[in-house]
Design a protein around this ligand. Structure first.
Ligand SMILES: [Zn+2]
Length: 165
């Protein structure tokens, strides 16, 4: 009996001591040591050339955080864009357009159900977040300043797209 309680205690303390390290939000960026612009105290705005960002960020952070980094943004390749997490078909290349916003942009999803819409009032803005209809992975946002026929602009992070030609 005592042995069981001891094991339980051991398990729970282990779980507690490990949880801060498992939280990705608390993890410092991989490249923080080489990134002299990374500061948790300075409130000064940072404007850097893209080439500098590329040097100081890990490839993952660079592609997710910086615009104009996705090969899909300007690509004219024909096919279907799927969710890179679960394979759900999301957009056809015929619905893709160059918005100049720095992210791959589409004016309509393949079907209504391929996307989930969620109100996003973060950062003091009223936006609509779009998620994958199959796995609820975060894809980007949709804005009402797109071209006809829908007038919508689905602004999607290229990292979460995979193209099937
Ligand atoms: Zn998905």
């Amino acid at each position: 009996m005592y042995k069981i309680i001891f094991c339980l205690l051991l398990l729970s303390t282990e779980a507690c001591s490990q949880s801060p390290n498992n939280n990705p939000l608390k993890k410092a960026p991989m490249s923080a040591s080489q990134n002299k612009y990374y500061s948790t105290t300075s409130k000064e705005k940072i404007v850097l050339a893209d080439s500098v960002w590329k040097q100081v960020l890990s490839p993952e952070v660079y592609q997710i955080a910086r615009p104009f980094t996705s090969a899909f943004e300007t690509s004219k390749e024909v096919g279907t864009f799927h969710c890179a997490a679960c394979g759900n078909p999301l957009f056809k290349s015929t619905a893709k357009f160059e918005s100049g916003c720095g992210w791959p942009s589409f004016f309509e999803p393949i079907t209504k159900g391929s996307i989930i819409y969620i109100p996003d009032n973060s950062l003091g803005m009223q936006r609509t977040e779009v998620e994958c209809g199959k796995c609820k992975g975060h894809l980007g946002h949709v804005f009402e300043d797109g071209p006809p026929p829908t007038g919508l602009r689905y602004c999607i992070n290229g990292v979460v797209l995979s193209l099937e030609k």
